[in-house]
Design a binder for this molecule. Sequence first.
Ligand code: SF4
Length: 79
Amino acid sequence: MSAGARWRVSVDRTRCVGSGLCAGAAPGAFRLDGARRSHPVAEETEPSEAVLDAAESCPVEAVAIRLAGTGQPIFPPPD
Ligand code: SF4
């Protein structure tokens, strides 16, 4: 993980089932809306274990993380 690189976090709302696990793992990074669908609080974020934990904890793999500059996938990891 290079210093200064930021992450672009996205949630696939068509997959999200509103479990709230992502917001529990990283409360500052994800918020559930009125329809109980998660969305990132900010389009870009500092790399953090909590955000990675949130992506890993999603039961339907709705959370994706990419490097903001290059779009390189962080999670799910490339094969
Ligand atoms: S963990 Fe996944 S399914 Fe649960 S609220 Fe977050 S994005 Fe939606």
